[in-house]
Design a protein around this ligand. Sequence first.
Ligand SMILES: [Mg+2]
Length: 221
Amino acid sequence: MSDKWVVLCDFDGTITFDETFVEILTRFAPDLSSELIPRMYNLSLTLKEGVRTIMESIESIHYSEMLEMISRAPIRKGFNEMLGMMSSCQIPFLIVTGGVSEFVRAALKEKPEGVLSIYGMTVDYSGPYLKVDSPLQSDSELVSKVRLLDQFPGARSVCIGDSVTDLQLALRCDFVISRGRLSSYLLERNVPFFPFEDFFDVSRILENLICKPQWRSLERS
Ligand SMILES: [Mg+2]
């Protein structure tokens, strides 16, 4: 059994306490958001089409307000303590957001120690309206988290998430730590998961799964 692990963690509604990306879209594009977000949640509209349509309807002049709004977002309890535990176990911990990578940096005040990398959409605000792009696109997603997982062949994977942008990744990961809407999607599909409410819960789960030395030596024998 592989001794290598990777942990991929969502941002909005997972690291942040609230569904911050949805709140931002709803604030700056209320009509399109109310029309398209429910369709993304019920899987009748792709994330790629829905998120791009809403984001690219927003005037670039609002981008700094969006950054300001996300920089005040409350972070779920225990996040820094969990990062410390992950660092001591030397497990790669990556943040992959279905939203905007710069929003993650704004909320966390750059990349915290213990986070290997941050992935998500990029935003070009040089024109009159926002334009979005992403290095991890698929046919249906602007940020295909599965494509990031594919960069760690042979590693045992854990994903942490809360909503529809985590669903495809959760269906592929070895272990899922879930809350919110993602838990409902997984229950419907009979996919097992560890529930969590804060990062103290996540720490306990990761410690038991990955970091317990006796567990790892048993696994090797
Ligand atoms: Mg989320």
